[in-house]
Design a protein around this ligand. Structure first.
Ligand code: CA
Length: 230
C-alpha cells in the first residue's frame, strides 16, 4: 500500500515506519498537519494514517481538509482516550480509529480493512430512495437538484451491505462484521455514527427516516426500490 503517515513524535514515527516498510508498504512520513495536507494534494495514497495530536494544528482539522478533497481511507491514531474524540474523528470522516498504544498486528489488519473498503468489488445495483438514485457501481448518488451528496468509502461499504440486503433486517453485528471486520462486531458506536451520516445524505428528513429503518435492538433495514439488479 502507498501510505501517507502523519505523526509528530519522532521515536513513535520511526518504529512504525520501520514496521510498515518492512512489510513492503511505500510510506511517506510527515510530522505536521500543514505538510500532511500539501503532501496529500500532490501525491496518490491508498490510505492515510493520521495522528490527532500534532504540533501545528488539530488533527481533526487535517482530517476534515483531506476529506473535503478526497475519499481516500483515513485511519486515525490517538493517545486521547474517551468516546468524544473517537466519535468526533468518525464524524469528521475517519474510516477507523486506533488508540495508542496498540498492537502492530491489529493495526495492520485495520489498515488492510480500510484499504479494502476503499476499493471494494463492483456491483451493478441501482436503488431508488425518494427522489434520489443510489448507483452502487459508479458509487454515486443522483439527485434532481444536481447537488448529490458525496459518500466516504466506509459510508459506501455500509450502504452497499444494506443495499444488497434490501428489505431484509441486517443485524448490527452482521453490519459491523461485513463493513469493519470480525474484530469489530461490538463497536455499536461506529454504526450509530455512520447510520446517522448516511441518513443525512439520503433521507428527505433524517430525523424521521423513511428508508434506513432502525429495527430496535436488532439492526437496520433499507427500504428502497431496486431499479437495476445485479
Ligand atoms: Ca502526536
Amino acid at each position: 500500500m502507498k501510505i501517507l503517515f502523519v505523526e509528530d513524535d519522532p521515536s513513535f514515527a520511526n518504529a512504525l515506519l520501520i514496521s510498515l516498510r518492512a512489510r513492503g508498504n511505500e510510506v511517506s512520513h510527515v510530522a505536521t498537519g500543514g505538510n500532511a495536507i500539501s503532501k496529500f494534494l500532490t501525491g496518490h495514497f491508498d490510505v492515510v494514517v493520521l495522528d490527532l495530536g500534532l504540533s501545528d494544528m488539530d488533527g481533526i482539522e487535517v482530517l476534515k481538509r483531506i476529506r473535503s478533497k478526497s475519499n481516500t481511507p483515513i485511519v486515525v491514531l490517538s493517545a486521547r482516550v474517551g468516546e468524544v474524540s473517537k466519535v468526533d474523528a468518525l464524524d469528521a470522516g475517519a474510516d477507523d480509529y486506533v488508540t495508542k498504544p496498540f498492537g502492530l498486528g491489529e493495526f495492520l489488519a485495520r489498515l488492510r480493512a480500510a484499504h479494502r473498503r476503499g476499493s471494494p468489488g463492483p456491483t451493478d445495483r441501482v436503488l431508488k430512495v425518494g427522489s434520489r438514485m443510489i448507483d452502487l457501481s459508479s458509487k454515486q448518488i443522483v439527485t434532481d437538484d444536481g447537488r448529490p451528496p458525496k459518500l466516504t468509502p466506509t459510508e459506501w461499504a455500509l450502504m452497499e451491505v444494506l443495499a444488497l440486503e434490501n428489505n431484509r433486517i441486517v443485524s448490527r453485528e452482521e453490519l459491523l462484521r461485513r463493513v469493519w471486520g470480525e474484530n469489530f462486531t461490538h463497536e455499536y458506536d461506529y454504526l450509530r455514527v455512520y447510520i446517522a451520516q448516511l441518513r443525512r445524505k439520503i433521507e428527505d428528513d433524517p430525523a424521521t427516516p423513511a428508508y434506513i429503518i432502525t429495527e430496535s435492538g436488532v439492526g437496520y433495514r433499507l427500504m428502497a426500490e431496486v431499479v437495476v439488479k445485479d
